[in-house]
Design a binder for this molecule. Structure first.
Ligand SMILES: O=C(O)C(=O)C[C@H](O)C(=O)CO
Ligand SMILES: [Zn+2]
Length: 277
């Protein structure tokens, strides 16, 4: 299933109520067994979603929304497995992905098939895809090969490691950047102090959470902040004009995917806490 979300203006978003904020930005229903669930956002035309093969293999195919003969005809793809062991088969070549393993798949790969090794313990493939103009090599990225960046402090309750999987320091891509941020036990804030980057949009998926745990995902323009309540394995679209930060009631991890004008991870417009409303 592919759900299309049109881009919304920062001016309009100021007047959205909770239901409308969720309708525009929140993504749920991910990782249903034997199902592919995708959202096509008109913010930089990112596609984000889940592939959860259990009893059967699942093939990623292009629908009318993409207007191509196959999914990666003019796109690139990032995959991070947040479930059990699985296989991504690319034009007949198998890549085994364990928990937390990532994969960058270059433009032009025709046949993309997802499988689980054990149907009772399915793989959970989280995917992001963006338009691409050039083919870069397909690369499997183990968390040990990702670029770790440690940030935050105990005092600010935000000690964390950002693992950059699809990033110029690790592998080439046209525009997609993707990684995973893990918080140190006891830290609850991600991406705080917060930032925007008008040059890029992001999608976050929060996971590794207990059933009754929540993350309050902060969004909106810095002087028009809103929040969206997130539960385990739910994702959220972050427009380029929006801050994106979260605070959890319990442990959580998240994956960020970023697309847009540049690939400079540090090109952020930082916002001082005193300037947030
Ligand atoms: O915890 C963090 O800080 C992040 O993970 C930041 C995101 O990666 C981000 O917003 C990059 O622009
Ligand atoms: Zn950001």
């Amino acid at each position: 299933m592919l759900d299309v979300r049109y881009a919304s203006s920062n001016k309009d978003a100021k007047s959205y109520d909770t239901a409308r904020l969720r309708e525009e930005y929140h993504i749920d229903g991910l990782f249903k067994k034997d199902d592919i669930r995708l959202v096509y956002s008109h913010f930089d035309r990112i596609i984000a979603g889940s592939v959860c093969p259990a009893e059967r293999e699942l093939k990623l195919e292009a629908g009318k929304e993409i207007g191509a003969e196959y999914f990666l005809e003019r796109r690139e793809l990032g995959v991070i497995n947040i479930g059990e062991k699985g296989i991504v088969s690319l034009d007949g070549k198998d890549y085994e992905l364990g928990a937390r393993d990532g994969l960058y798949v270059g433009k032009g790969t025709k046949d993309i098939v997802f499988k689980s090794i054990d149907k009772s313990k399915p793989a959970k493939f989280y995917i992001n895809s963006a338009p691409a103009h050039k083919t870069f090599p397909t690369v499997k990225i183990n968390i040990k090969e990702a670029n770790p960046v440690t940030l935050g402090s105990k005092e600010e309750l935000n000690e964390r490691t950002i693992y950059q999987y699809i990033h110029p320091n690790v592998c080439e891509s046209c525009q997609l950047l993707m990684g995973m941020t893990m918080l140190k036990e006891g830290s609850v804030w991600n991406t705080m102090p917060c930032h925007t980057h008008d040059r890029r949009m992001e999608v976050y998926i929060y996971f590794d959470m207990a059933d009754d745990a929540l993350v309050f995902h902060m969004m909106g323009e810095p002087q028009e902040t809103r929040h969206i309540i997130m539960r385990n394995e739910e994702a959220v679209i972050s427009p380029s004009w929006s801050i994106h930060s979260g605070v959890g009631t319990q442990k959580y991890t998240f994956i960020w995917g970023m697309v847009g004008e540049n690939q400079a991870f540090d090109d952020m417009d930082h916002i001082d806490n005193k300037d947030l409303f």
